[in-house]
Design a protein around this ligand. Sequence first.
Ligand SMILES: [Zn+2]
Length: 121
Amino acid sequence: MNEADRAVAELVKRRFLLWRDVVQAGDFVRGSVVILRRPCVRKTCGRCASGEKHPATYLSIKVKGKTRLVYLPKAWVAQAKGWTAEWRRLEGLLGQMSLVNVELLRLLPKREAKRQRKERR
Ligand SMILES: [Zn+2]
């Protein structure tokens, strides 16, 4: 195996290992967990009057460029945080795979050209 073949084989192996991580990923959601202090509907509320308002946790997601908030009951906050973390991890893995494919697009045409030159000789 020459150097170019070895480099290509190494990249293909890396891409395979990344794919394995991707297919074994857990549940995920694209968004972030945020705490918002919103006023309530009562006309006289001490907490609202003091500016403290009512903090609650939401999943913030973007749908067609618009932010959507999904209320998270306390018992589900950790779950939602886990899912957003898994999304970021998956994004990282896909980003790495993309870079591997960039390298392959750079190397494969060169290797092909070299082979064709050899065949013509
Ligand atoms: Zn209030």
